[in-house]
Design a protein around this ligand. Structure first.
Ligand code: SF4
Length: 299
């Protein structure tokens, strides 16, 4: 925290002294919502829901982010200490969550690791899911070795041009590829329980963007070539434009049926395993209410 290097931005700012780097987070964890969530892949949401904990701020800066109300530098959310965070995890378990789904957690990794240790000592038994943008530092991921059961990273881009233009991270591909390798090293091949829920492994998400079919094909080929059947892949089609018309007019539309169908064909030809979206079956665009639900001490 005194010279933050938690993500590949390596800002070096003193967050313990209240300084903020690219992500906008200081030394206090902020949570925007903690609740059961039905909108992940079926192997994570199951019948009762994933126990999502949405953290404020983000180390990426995707221009099309649907969670921008909490992900930006201004952020929002409720401040929580590590004891409260551990209590939130245990409360989600009591509510019947299939897992603890940590959403955009990287910039709070040390706090989360300590809170998880505390919660596990107090009876947390359900799998822990690390749901991130894929832009992760290896040293930070190693803090979580043995604490996380399922990694759920995005793999957004192959091209450094698109990564720079849309997420301000021209090194995204190299960083994400090495991050997924570390995740596979830690979590191993996918393991499901008797109810079809993913309890260990790596599920990589790729959100298709309009006009980037070639980039999607490169991402899928790379994932198949480097990781093969050691990962699952979720090919997502629910991109929804928000205020793109002025600065990013090329992103101001949804995907065409043809764009998705072509990507599905590549996915299947490569022998990838995982999830495809039929219509709005999974991941339909859904933005929760960022009102601090589930963070209060009385919950
Ligand atoms: S976590 Fe935030 S402050 Fe730390 S290096 Fe990354 S962007 Fe910078």
């Amino acid at each position: 925290m005194e010279g933050c290097m938690l993500c590949p931005r390596r800002c070096g700012v003193d967050r313990a002294a209240g300084q903020r780097g690219f992500c906008g987070a200081d030394n206090t964890v902020h949570v925007a919502r903690a609740a059961l969530h039905q909108w992940e892949e079926p192997c994570l949401s199951g019948t009762r829901g994933a126990g999502t904990v949405f953290f404020s701020h983000c180390t990426l800066g995707c221009v099309y982010c649907q969670n921008r109300a909490i992900s930006g530098r201004q952020g929002s959310g409720v401040p929580v200490d590590e004891a409260r965070l551990a209590a939130i995890f245990l409360d989600l378990q009591r509510q019947g969550a299939h897992n603890i789904d940590l959403v955009t957690p990287g910039h709070y990794a040390p706090h989360i690791a300590r809170a998880l240790g505390r919660a596990k000592a107090d009876g947390l038994q359900i799998p822990v899911v690390y749901n991130c943008g894929g832009y992760e530092a290896l040293e930070t991921l190693r803090l979580l070795d043995g604490l996380v059961d399922v990694y759920l990273p995005d793999f957004k881009y192959y091209s450094s041009y698109y990564a720079a233009r849309y997420s301000g991270a021209d090194d995204y591909f190299e960083v994400a590829s090495d991050a997924v390798a570390e995740m596979v090293r830690q979590a191993g091949a996918p393991v499901f329980d008797g109810e079809g829920l993913l309890v260990r492994g790596v599920l990589v998400r790729h959100l298709m963007l309009p006009g980037l079919a070639g980039d999607t094909a490169q991402v899928l080929r790379h994932l198949a070539g480097r990781f093969g059947d050691r990962i699952l892949v979720s090919l997502m089609r629910q991109y929804t434009p928000f205020g793109m018309e002025r600065d990013y007019p090329e992103l101001d539309r949804t995907l065409t049926e043809r764009e998705y169908a072509d990507a599905v064909e590549i996915f299947q030809d490569l022998g990838l395993a995982g999830y495809l979206q039929e219509g709005e079956a999974i991941g339909e665009s859904f933005i929760p209410t960022w009102d601090g639900t589930g963070t209060a001490p009385s919950c």
